[in-house]
Design a protein around this ligand. Structure first.
Ligand code: AMP
Ligand code: MG
Length: 334
């Protein structure tokens, strides 16, 4: 009996020591970058096993793209929806669609996730050129978010030529999926960017830069914030020049042509990755006044930059901002 007690105690001591040693492993910082969802992604993680976390983060983005969001990966939900005009969705994907439909409606159609065929005609990312107006008008007549019907877990495209495209929101959805994963891990801090959308995760303050809309690698301003998502839509991300004119990838769903409203970049801050990404595109299309109202509706913060180098935002967001490049200045607030 005594021997048994001694063995039990010894095992207990060894286990306890092992636990102490395991816990003594200090969080380490590690970073990596990869290409997925047609864009550059980078990830920094501070945890006890950052290499494992980074590999799993990359898997999450790739899986989300291949299984759900990609327009080109056969068997993705979006691929099949575009091909067959209908699809059965799981609860999560159904939620993405209903939120996108809501943003489309609230933005009066300025945000439209069925513009895939119209975007394709411009060939951004492939062989860009100004499309023929008749062909463009025809593609436009087949698009329109109101043609998409969601009923329970079933989605139907009312026009078989409408093409669903998550180009304006997929990067943010990826951030939401990554955050759900990070919540299950012991992560101290993490910063993940998927294209122009960034997830800032963990305790304390973070500083994130707003890229120079003129294309230099430096930031023109920085934002100090706690854990959140920050997305920027800019006319410098995908564009081409023809006959001395610049054509960029954010389209006005009324005309099918790139938005020309004097904005060069719009940044949205929201706890939801999907909202930050979709709203940055929507607010770019809507312009300062209506964009501000839309962001407010969703409890998000928004920063507009014009081609005259003027930064527009509300006073609360202004207090989080520092202008770095002196060529830019904050608009006078009333
Ligand atoms: P982002 O970089 O997040 O602003 O998304 C831009 C991408 O969204 C484009 O490359 C298109 O695929 C798509 N897009 C363009 N215009 C619109 C629009 N008005 N509403 C929704 N998606 C759009
Ligand atoms: Mg977007």
């Amino acid at each position: 009996m005594k021997k048994k007690t001694a063995i039990t105690t010894a095992v207990g001591v060894v286990l306890f020591a092992a636990l102490i040693i395991f816990d003594a492993v200090q969080p380490r910082f590690y970073s990596s970058s990869f290409f997925s969802m047609n864009t550059y992604c980078s990830a920094e993680v501070e945890s006890k096993n950052p290499e494992k976390n980074l590999a799993e983060i990359q898997d999450i983005v790739e899986k989300l793209d291949l299984e759900i969001l990609s327009r080109s990966a056969e068997n993705s939900v979006v691929y099949n929806l575009n091909k067959n005009g209908e699809s059965v969705l799981d609860a999560e994907t159904s939620e993405y669609f209903s939120l996108l439909a809501d943003i489309s409606k609230q933005s009066g159609g300025a945000f439209d996730f069925t513009l895939g065929a119209v975007s394709d005609l411009w060939g951004f990312g492939t062989e860009p050129s100004v499309p023929d107006k008749t062909v463009l008008d025809d593609a436009l007549s087949h698009s329109g978010y109101e043609k998409v019907a969601l009923s329970g877990n079933k989605i139907t495209l009312g026009d078989k030529n409408a093409v669903v495209d998550f180009g304006a929101s997929g990067k943010g959805i990826a951030l939401d999926s990554i955050r759900s994963y990070l919540d299950t891990q012991k992560i101290k801090r993490s910063v993940i960017s998927v294209g122009g959308s960034v997830l800032l995760y963990g305790k304390g303050d973070f500083t994130v830069g707003i890229r120079d809309p003129k294309g230099s690698p430096s930031s023109i301003a920085s934002i100090k914030t706690e854990s959140t998502c920050v997305s920027t839509s800019g006319n410098y991300e995908r564009y081409f020049e023809a006959d001395g004119k610049r054509y960029h990838h954010i389209l006005n769903p009324e005309t099918g042509y790139p938005v020309e409203n004097g904005l060069v970049s719009v940044t949205v801050i929201s706890e939801s990755g999907l909202l930050s990404d979709a709203l940055s595109t929507a607010c770019f299309v809507l312009g300062i006044e209506e964009g501000t109202a839309l962001a407010e509706h969703y409890g998000a913060k928004v920063i507009f930059i014009t081609d005259k180098n003027i930064i527009y935002t509300d006073s609360e967001t202004e207090s989080m901002l520092s202008v770095i490049d002196q060529n830019y200045r904050l608009a006078e607030t009333e």
